[in-house]
Design a binder for this molecule. Structure first.
Ligand code: SF4
Length: 331
């Protein structure tokens, strides 16, 4: 990942990861900030600076650690070692929270977060699944911090239940030989290559993602697949039909065995439209007045008459082409 500037809370340099990052990026300008949540000179920037701001690295400590109950693939959403991301998917959910300031923020107090996670895992009634990647892409983050290389074996040894995180990247090499004891569920998010190229800017190509998922399954990690977000562009049935053909042809026997598949239709928002129109004027338009309806707080979702045929399409295609897998949910 190429960063151009680092903004940092001075206290971060008292932590081992803060010191490591200082050394790693010593050739860049380092600008002290009061708080990673309040950088007035960046908030004041124009939307057209969005891509430039994605090359900034923000370093601080995480102060809020409240776990949120979740009823999908995990039991709790855990605020973890980063939020924001250096990639630029045009629909990224983080833009709803952080607006144009959705650059990568790293939190250097990882020992504190890991310790809390392990302690909490022993306090739940039965073993739980903890989603640690709901605020960023941890595999991408790992290329900067190597955090997963510490967290996965530490949780395997001392934690109870399982961790999970999704990714749109393929840099799994450092994770393959870790002592994970089956306690980390690795979930790969996929889309047709044309959508990856036009919409998921800066992420890994489909073939590499599938290969990474196969390698992780081969290394014994429990695997999951997300087809997400499903975007109903013109010709979507052809695009997603070809995607499922490709998955059926290239997912290994080990990966596809009991593979849970999450299918999530895209939600979009007023904020995305405003930023994308200014920052990526030539990009594909994801908003469709004909297909979408307001879902509250400036969000848009596909109308029921467009969701239903899409759901039916995925159920039928997956049952026919990937019968060993099962749909965990469609939403
Ligand atoms: S990879 Fe994930 S976190 Fe990063 S921009 Fe894309 S959707 Fe957002």
């Amino acid at each position: 990942m190429t960063f151009t500037t680092v903004y940092y809370e001075p206290d971060s340099l008292n932590y081992p990861l803060g010191k490591q990052l200082r050394e790693q990026y010593k050739s860049l300008p380092w600008i002290p900030i009061e708080s990673h949540n309040r950088i007035p000179e960046l908030t004041a920037r124009d939307n057209r600076d969005f891509a430039r701001m994605k090359q900034y690295l923000i370093i601080g400590t995480r102060k809020t650690h409240r776990y949120v109950e979740n009823q999908k693939i995990s039991d709790y959403l855990v605020p973890f070692t980063s939020s924001g991301c250096s990639a630029m998917c045009l629909y990224c959910y983080l833009v709803c929270n952080y607006n144009k300031c959705s650059y990568l923020r790293l939190f250097v107090n990882r020992e504190q977060m890991l310790d809390r996670l392990i302690r909490t895992s022993h306090k739940t009634g039965s073993p739980c699944v903890f989603e640690i990647g709901s605020n960023s892409d941890l595999l991408l983050e790992n290329t900067v911090t190597q955090n997963l290389e510490q967290v996965i074996p530490a949780f395997a040894k001392e934690g109870r239940g399982q961790l999970t995180f999704p990714t749109k990247f393929d840099m799994v090499e450092p994770l393959l030989s870790l002592d994970h004891r089956g306690k980390t569920i690795f979930r790969m998010s996929v889309n047709p290559n044309e959508i990856i190229r036009r919409v998921e800017l800066g992420t890994s190509p489909l073939e590499k993602r599938i290969s990474a998922l196969n390698r992780m399954a081969e290394a014994g990690y429990p695997a999951g697949l997300l087809i997400a977000p499903v975007i109903l562009l013109d010709g979507w049935k052809t695009l997603y039909g070809e995607l499922i053909d490709q998955l059926a042809d290239t997912l290994s026997g080990k990966t596809r065995k009991s593979l849970p598949i999450e299918i999530i239709l895209m939600t979009y928002s007023y904020v995305h439209r405003a930023i994308n129109q200014d920052a990526f004027p030539n990009a594909v338009e994801l908003y469709s007045a004909e297909q979408m309806i307001g879902g509250g707080r400036g969000k848009y979702r596909y109308r029921q008459e467009h969701r239903e045929p899409a759901e039916q399409f995925f159920r039928e295609q997956l049952a026919r082409k990937l019968p060993e897998a099962h749909i965990a949910y469609i939403c």
